[in-house]
Ligand binder design. Structure first.
Ligand code: GAR
Length: 197
């Protein structure tokens, strides 16, 4: 059984998609052991607790400096003996120490077809604003392994989504979530849990 930790910062719809897929049996051989948020107000924490999953907040604001926060984050991950860390809308930079220790055991969902609209400054709604400003006709989502760069790790899965006439960033964000993110993130976890990567 793959021991999974999910890191979140906001609403947690991707977390919900993972929990639903485990309940539905479309993810097998995996269990979410812990949900960690940097944001105490993240609705994702509530989603986890309602599901009977341990959920906690580790915020950089509660530590004297970033190094102390990083140490606490690594210690927490170690404590739960996780096989896989899933960044599901986690908007904090992952410490290099964690990346090195958990090489190819950390995955991230990004709401575009990498290498478009990714890297520093591209997160959440900003990604969709940029895609609309550029006038692309197709966008999508990517699941990739996390390395020391920003959205630069090896790509695991991608799914394309059409941009439609009259889209706003919010409408496009929702379509990308429904048609791509909530599909490929559970798929990626199932593949890893069953040795198909
Ligand atoms: C998702 O769209 C995810 O792809 C994005 O944040 C959102 C979180 O939503 N992540 C990034 O932009 C990372 N660069 P959620 O909390 O409802 O899952």
């Amino acid at each position: 059984m793959l021991r999974v930790g999910v890191m979140v910062s906001g609403g947690g719809t991707n977390l919900q998609a993972i929990l639903d897929a485990i309940d539905a049996g479309t993810i097998t051989n995996a269990r979410v052991e812990i949900v960690i948020s940097n944001n105490p107000g993240a609705y994702a924490l509530e989603r986890a607790r309602r599901h009977g999953i341990e959920a906690l907040c580790l915020s950089p604001k509660d530590f004297p400096d970033r190094a102390a926060f990083n140490r606490a984050l690594v210690a927490k991950v170690d404590e739960y003996e996780l096989d896989l860390i899933v960044l599901a809308g986690f908007l904090v930079r992952i410490p290099d120490e964690l990346v090195e220790k958990y090489e190819r055991r950390i995955i991230n969902i990004h709401p575009s077809l990498i290498p478009s609209f990714c890297g520093v400054g591209f997160y959440g709604l900003k990604v969709h604003e940029a895609a609309l400003a550029r006038g692309v006709k197709v966008t999508g989502a990517t699941v990739h392994f996390v390395d020391n760069g920003m959205d630069t790790g090896p790509i695991l899965l991608q799914k394309a989504v059409e941009v439609c006439e009259g889209d706003t960033p919010e409408i496009l964000q929702r379509r990308v979530m429904e048609q791509a993110e909530w599909v490929i993130l559970p798929q990626a976890i199932d593949r890893i849990a069953n040795g198909r990567v």
